[in-house]
Design a binder for this molecule. Structure first.
Ligand code: FES
Length: 137
């Protein structure tokens, strides 16, 4: 279904029309998925990490223009950041980087924030597997 994009600013439109780092990543170190329970839009974020620094990021998003723009700019924002720095990127920071989102679309950037957290968690679980397994016997 076509979306009414007239309320998007130039930065949002640019990322929506020419998304950066879109696609699947081979052998990612972390994968995070987030879904907006209201509209059902989904974002999957892939990260490559080296010595606790995100060196590459890609995304696949099934969602509205604001969600795609948020995903796109998020991949640019987290590249080069440490895990700790990436976790500090909130939905507000993402929306600000996009020059603001229309009031009805402000929630769309939350998808990207949640995807960062999920991807980092996945990465950390691989590096430091949960130790809640009980020994048998
Ligand atoms: S309307 Fe669903 S994330 Fe934007």
């Amino acid at each position: 279904m076509a979306e009414e994009t007239g309320s998007y600013n130039q930065i949002v439109l640019e990322h929506f029309n020419y998304p950066r780092n879109m696609g699947e990543m081979e052998n990612p170190d972390g994968v995070g998925e987030a879904q907006n329970p209201v509209c059902g839009d989904t974002m999957r974020l892939f990260i490559k990490v080296e010595t606790d620094r995100i060196i590459d990021a890609k995304f696949l998003t099934f969602g509205c223009g604001a969600a795609i723009a948020s995903s796109s700019i998020t991949t640019e924002m987290i590249k080069g950041k440490t895990i700790e720095e990436a976790l500090m990127i909130s939905d507000q920071v993402i929306a600000e980087a996009l020059g603001g989102l229309p009031p009805t679309k402000v929630h769309c950037s939350i998808l990207a924030e949640k995807a960062i957290q999920a991807a980092v968690l996945d990465y950390q679980n691989k590096i430091y597997p949960p130790t809640h397994f009980r020994k048998g016997g």
